[in-house]
Design a protein around this ligand. Sequence first.
Ligand SMILES: [Zn+2]
Length: 77
Amino acid sequence: MIVGACGHKAVLVITRTVEGTSTSVARKRVELSCGLPENHPGKHRDEVHGEEWEKKRGGTGTRDSDRPTILRHEDET
Ligand SMILES: [Zn+2]
């Protein structure tokens, strides 16, 4: 983690529908880390993965229990 960076973390979970059903399964789990400067305004952003997520009230985002989970649905075409 870069010194002076926000460093908030989130988990991106990519889900996929099981063929022939309406069930979604997690196929990929990506750890995100905000690379913006400390105390930045607006959403957290992971430049590496190109993902943004909302700030969560309370918590530092550095503990597992504070990490928001972002669900992204992807279907194979
Ligand atoms: Zn941030």
